[in-house]
Design a protein around this ligand. Structure first.
Ligand code: MG
Length: 453
């Protein structure tokens, strides 16, 4: 049996095994106990068939804790976040297992403003649930529930407010969208209609029966690539089940990869405005190249959406995001948002007059190598110290140890960090060529082996 995964991005498990109505109710109750009684919390869900049961169980925990519930229905995570901010709710719960397969479901928690929980808040939530320290209230203090079906409309409107919808609409782009039968099915066609696109929508039934694994990576998107070629589309877009992540396919049906979602969005935003971009330590150097060309800065935050958001606020960033296809537009909401990515790529196409493949090729290309290694938590400090030592003699080495260790070199970078949820370390390297990237990973892998051996 897969165990329950409880990390910074919420809790996920296999439906009927580790993720049951009871577990959902406990986590929602724990979340409510961290809030004041009488506040309001939004609740929404992606399209998974297990969603209604887990939604009801979560709502029960909130209501019994004296928290008022606003039901958003089927909604994307960014849509739920936007409404949480808009109605001034104290928090939100989204019933989703994000990019995980259909047998999974879970709960994502949002704080006021719609933002993801900070690491310490996620840990506290886990502790409260383990101890069963719920704050159920007496009979006359129970929460009440109301419905709000505006999330999709408000979200689309907020994204359209950030672009020149008419300029995009004049181009009458043909676009293929793969919503994997997830939460993106409902609002994304509304956005593309506003942008005047001729939409070919595949996996467009909000059934939660995923036509392929919902993670928007190349191996899952062959149908989308074929459809882009068949339709002669200007672009193809793939969303995960809660529509916070986005992957892009160019007009030749070539998967350009999740790392390009933030890179292309940054290139578009910086073509019109100047400002800093925030991202995490394991995101591609493409963003640095794009920012440098525009004379702007990149702020590197520890991994985790809340850390990127914190850096965005601290450094007044005009855009943020993560390499896994997540772009954050602060003027919409401080959450990764596939609709923002779609709108920005289309507007970039419209304004440049170039095909997507050309815009992609204008960005310096890198090779990424990633491995994971089982490692006891106690060995991690030694691995990090030895890795640092191994690169210390190189004059071009710059170190960032805010989350594991990232070493930036002229030819590339390597990052080694422990997982928050599993006893493993991840080693990621990026360089101009395969050999350099592999060499960097190998060097750190050997150090880790020696340190644990
Ligand atoms: Mg997701």
């Amino acid at each position: 049996m897969d165990r329950l995964m409880a990390g910074v991005s919420g809790v996920r498990g296999v439906v009927g095994e580790t993720m049951t109505p009871q577990v959902a109710c406990q986590f929602a109750s724990a979340f409510a106990s961290m809030l004041d009684s009488g506040v309001t919390v939004t609740i929404g869900r992606d399209t998974r068939p297990s969603g209604p049961a887990l939604r009801n169980a979560s709502a029960a925990g909130l209501l019994a804790s004296g928290v008022n519930v606003v039901d958003l229905g089927v909604v994307s995570t960014p849509g739920a976040a936007l409404m949480t901010a808009k109605i001034g709710a104290a928090g939100g719960v989204v019933i989703t297992a994000s990019h995980n397969p259909g047998r999974y479901n879970g709960l994502k928690f949002l704080r006021s403003g719609g933002e993801a929980l900070r690491g310490e808040q996620a840990l506290e939530l886990k502790r409260v649930r383990q101890r069963g320290e719920f704050a159920y209230v007496r009979w006359d203090r129970q929460g009440t529930e109301t419905a709000n079906d505006r999330a999709n409309h408000e979200h689309v409107r907020a994204v359209c407010d950030r672009c020149d919808a008419e300029a995009v609409a004049r181009r009458k782009f043909t676009v293929v969208l793969d919503s994997v039968n997830g939460a993106g099915c409902l609002e994304t066609p509304m956005l593309l209609e506003r942008l005047g696109c001729n939409l070919v929508h595949i996996n467009a039934e909000p059934s939660g029966i995923f036509a392929h694994e919902p993670e928007p990576v190349e191996s899952n998107l062959s149908e989308l690539c074929r459809a882009v070629r068949r339709c002669g589309a200007a672009a193809g877009f793939a969303q995960d089940a809660d529509a916070d992540r986005l992957a892009i396919v160019d007009e030749n049906g070539r998967f350009v990869g999740e790392e390009y979602t933030l890179a292309l969005s940054a290139a578009f935003v910086l073509s019109g405005r100047k400002g800093a971009i925030a991202t995490n330590l394991s995101t591609s150097r493409m963003v640095d190249d794009i920012a440098a060309r525009a004379g702007c800065r990149v702020v590197r935050a520890p991994t985790g959406e809340a850390n990127v958001v914190e850096a965005m606020k601290r450094e007044n960033c005009i855009l943020g995001g993560e390499g896994g296809g997540g772009v954050i537009e602060p003027e919409v909401v401080y959450v990764r948002d596939s609709l923002v990515g779609i709108a920005y790529v289309l507007q970039y196409l419209a304004q440049s007059g170039k095909p997507l493949s050309r815009l992609v090729d204008e960005i310096p290309r890198y090779v990424v190598k990633k491995i994971r290694m089982p490692v006891a938590a106690g060995d991690v400090p030694e691995i990090l110290a030895r890795s640092r030592e191994a690169f210390a003699a190189q004059a071009d080495a710059r170190f960032n140890d805010s989350d594991g260790l990232r070493v930036d070199l002229t030819d590339g970078w390597v990052c080694v960090r422990p997982s928050n949820t599993e006893p493993i370390i991840r080693i990621i390297a990026e360089a101009k060529d395969e050999d350099t990237a592999s060499g960097l990973v190998e060097k750190v892998r050997k150090i880790a082996e020696d340190a644990t051996g």
